[in-house]
Each structure stands twice: as structure tokens, then as C-alpha cells.
Design a protein. Structure first.
Length: 185
């Protein structure tokens, strides 16, 4: 895993082999950040199911102001911390929450994020549940952009109560979906 662009371009991140981790490929990551090219600078980012932090650290490298990482797995949290140290990040640039993602979204009371990245484990088939929780959360507003990776065979609606899918990319067994708030909300 490496950072593709920005101030940490070319830096290799620590990773490890585990059943619960399936890092986002460079191809998917490049598509995602090319689509959001003008939206990352100065963004407040939420990285759900952070794993090793691959997506959140890419956002910081490309000019995001801050990333909140939400992850439950202790091994992943240790790798997140190691990667933050490796990149010599200031404490103000990131925060790690050891918490269940669905509970984090349900209880969230802060300001809306600019960008939300979600990469739930394919083995859990929970992308739809994550979108339902996001749809009911106060973590987004009309300016927020959401990207979620899911297995092609997982349930994923084109519309939720407050969110609609404005784009998606098919990568064989994986789909990258882009959501934002519906205009009438």
C-alpha cells in the first residue's frame, strides 16, 4: 500500500495480512480521488472501517485538514497509529475512534463532514446497513460527499431516504458508489 499523490506521494504504508482487511486497490483509490479532486483540499473527512488508514491518509496527503478514523479491530488501530507516526502527522490532523461504525453514526452529534469514506468488510455484507445508518446520521449535510465500496452482490440501493447515488464504478467483484444528499432535503 502506498500513497498515490500529494505531500506523502510514494510513501509506503505499513500493512498486515488479516481476514478482516482488504485494502482498497490503487486503481479504485485513484478513481475515487480523481472524482473528488477539487473537494479534498481543506476537507473534514470521516473514514469508516479504516483498516490501515489507506484512504484517510491519502485524503490527508491530498490536502484534507482532518480525518476521523473509525475502526474496532485492535490490530488495525495499531497499524493506523504506526502509519500516522510513519507520516509524522500532527495530532490535530487525525483522531482514531475505537468504536463500532454503526454506533458511531447513530450517536454522532458534531458538525457534518465534507467527505465520508466507507469500506465495510465484504465478509459481513453490511454496505446497505451502513448506508441506512449514514442516511439517519447527522454526520452529513447538503455539501457532504460519500463514497462506499461494496461487493457486487451486496444489497445497495440507488436511493435512501435522504441520500441518492450520483455515480458508481464497477470493478468486477467490487463496486464503488458515490452518494450525496437529495436536493429536496
Amino acid at each position: 500500500m502506498r500513497i498515490i499523490s500529494g505531500r506523502f506521494r510514494g510513501r509506503v504504508l505499513s500493512s498486515f495480512q488479516a481476514d478482516h482487511i482488504r485494502p482498497t486497490t490503487d486503481r479504485v483509490k485513484e478513481t475515487l480521488f480523481n472524482k473528488w479532486m477539487s473537494d479534498v483540499e481543506g476537507a473534514q473527512v470521516l473514514d469508516l472501517f479504516s483498516g490501515t488508514g489507506n484512504l484517510g491518509f491519502e485524503a490527508l496527503s491530498r490536502g484534507a485538514l482532518h480525518v476521523d478514523f473509525v475502526e474496532m479491530n485492535v490490530k488495525s488501530i495499531n497499524i493506523l497509529k504506526k502509519n500516522a507516526e510513519l507520516l509524522k502527522l500532527d495530532d490535530g490532523e487525525y483522531k482514531i475512534y475505537k468504536q463500532d461504525v454503526l454506533q458511531y453514526l447513530k450517536r454522532y452529534q458534531g458538525k457534518p463532514y465534507s467527505l465520508i469514506l466507507a469500506d465495510p468488510p465484504f465478509t459481513e455484507k453490511m454496505a446497505h446497513d451502513v448506508m441506512v445508518a449514514l442516511d439517519q446520521s447527522s454526520c452529513f449535510d447538503s455539501e457532504t460527499l460519500i463514497a462506499i465500496e461494496s461487493h457486487k452482490k451486496e444489497r445497495m440501493e440507488e436511493n435512501y431516504e435522504h441520500l441518492y447515488r450520483y455515480d458508481f464504478r464497477d470493478y468486477g467483484d467490487k463496486v464503488l458508489s458515490f452518494f450525496t444528499k437529495k436536493a429536496q432535503d
